[in-house]
Design a protein around this ligand. Structure first.
Ligand SMILES: Cc1cc2nc3c(=O)[nH]c(=O)nc-3n(C[C@H](O)[C@H](O)[C@H](O)COP(=O)(O)OP(=O)(O)OC[C@H]3O[C@@H](n4cnc5c(N)ncnc54)[C@H](O)[C@@H]3O)c2cc1C
Length: 422
């Protein structure tokens, strides 16, 4: 489609998914208006505070076989790495039941892993190219991702996940004690086993990356409207406008990329999708002087150097979107950091520690929704990326543009079809 002859597309939400969808839609010749109620890539967005992993191998959904056996323990331990707030349990039950069911068998997990592999494949390279184009190349590093374990048994305990990763084409290098020590001299010697996934990459400031991509979209011609989208004007099955708290944005296509808040917008169209928040936290130690050489995952904590300091991100808390943060979870991340890098402890007392809580927009099966609304083919859904939305945003943006232009999508969209839950 030649430039300028496309549709006028309103994209709701300027997180990673929205801004990259905007760039790709502009590339396809569409006119784009980005509707964002806060700052693109600001602290309200999951895209701001994540661990920065561009894990093309992050294909294993959160729920796996046998997780149901752990549920009583999860309920009893409010500060465990995966916790469910008692008061929220009745509301969370339908989502939790689907979550457990989606990982009930190995076959189900493999099906999701195959789909996510297609979505995430080449994620670091796709982001590198985007960042270079937008003048942000220093923010994307393609130097691999490392998983570390305190024993060989720790690695063996995740055998199923690594077997499935292998089946879908992920390759890695296993590091024994000495190799690991050489690569990671600050790591506590108790960690004696590592898995290096060389194809992995890392973003050194996800918030700045998304903010920079939003400015790039503007430079390419997108208009940014500071408003909250509240609904849609659809007549005769065709979209006329997005209704916002600041008036209507006339358009002939729209993309819902509003992260966790996508649920209400879809419900206004009659599509009641089981999107829930898996709340997560981070701590950033400004001025930290020791830490990992390679972005790493240990004890379910993602640790990486950011431009602003050393960041530890993780924790999954099933609670209401508007419930107050439980900052004890951030303390757990901070203590996890000192357990990994003991020499950091005196540093932490001196340093400025910044805390953050955000919402992973999660579907029960760990797969996003990418596809058309039932109300009208003019509205495209692009949300629900859960734990892998930063990595998955690059290809999702391309898929959104392909849907808007009526082109064949570069990967099959059936596994991500919102109708699987309608
Ligand atoms: C602790 C933690 C660690 C993570 N680590 C990683 C990681 O290492 N790698 C990875 O790939 N993923 C990671 N994730 C997941 C990733 O951050 C998310 O999947 C991703 O950021 C979701 O992007 P999004 O654009 O869909 O949503 P968001 O980034 O939340 O953006 C949505 C935007 O929509 C706006 N908005 C909402 N409602 C409206 C409305 N009605 N009108 C207008 N605007 C609206 C919001 O203000 C926001 O800016 C992590 C998440 C957390 C919480």
């Amino acid at each position: 489609m030649p430039p300028g002859t496309g549709r006028h597309v309103a994209i709701i939400g300027a997180g990673a998914i929205g801004v990259i969808s905007a760039i790709e839609a502009l590339r396809d010749g569409h006119r784009v208006t980005l509707i964002e109620s806060a700052e693109p890539g600001g602290t309200q967005a999951a895209s701001y505070g994540n661990a920065g992993w561009l894990g093309s191998h992050s294909v294993i959904p959160p729920a796996g076989p046998g997780l149901w056996k752990a549920v009583p323990g999860l309920l009893m331990d409010p500060l465990g790495p995966l916790a469910i707030r008692w008061s929220y349990l009745p509301k969370a039950m339908p989502w939790l039941a689907r979550y457990l069911w989606s990982g009930w068998t190995r076959a189900k997990v493999e099906e999701t892993a195959r789909a996510l592999r297609l979505l995430l494949n080449d994620a670091p390279v796709l982001h590198k190219v985007l960042a270079e184009e937008a003048g942000l190349s220093g923010l994307i590093q393609c130097q691999g991702l490392l998983h570390v374990y305190p024993s060989r048994a720790g690695f063996e305990a995740e055998k199923l996940a690594w077997e499935i990763r292998h089946h879908v084409g992920v390759r890695w290098i296993e590091l024994e004690d000495q190799d690991l020590r050489r690569r990671e001299p600050d790591l506590d010697p108790r960690y004696c086993c590592g898995v290096l996934v060389e194809e992995g990459g890392h973003c050194r400031d996800p918030g700045a990356y998304v903010g920079g991509l939003a400015r790039h979209a503007q430079a390419l011609g997108a208009q940014v409207v500071a408003a909250k989208a509240e609904g849609f004007d659809i007549r005769g099955g065709r979209l006329r406008s997005v209704v916002t708290d600041r008036g209507e944005v006339a358009c002939d296509a729209a993309v819902i990329a509003a992260g966790i808040h996508s649920k209400a917008l879809c419900a206004s169209l009659g599509d009641r999708l089981p999107l829930a928040t898996e709340r997560g936290y981070h701590v950033v130690i400004e001025g930290a002087e020791v830490g990992p050489r390679c972005a790493m995952m240990a004890d379910r904590i993602g640790v990486s150097w950011m431009r602003g300091g050393l960041r530890a991100a993780g924790q999954v808390e099933i609670a209401a979107v508007d419930a107050a943060p439980d900052w004890r979870r951030a303390d757990i991340l901070r203590d996890g950091l000192t357990a990994l890098f003991p020499a950091l402890a005196p540093n932490i007392r001196k340093a400025d520690v910044r805390l953050w809580m955000g919402h992973r927009p999660s579907m029960p099966d760990g797969r996003p929704c990418i596809g058309r609304s039932r109300a009208t083919p003019d509205i495209v859904y692009a949300f629900g990326h859960g734990h892998v939305g930063l990595a998955g945003s690059a290809r999702t943006g391309r898929l959104v543009a392909q849907l808007l232009s009526g082109r064949e999508t570069e990967i099959p969209l059936a596994p991500f079809d919102p109708r699987r839950y309608l």
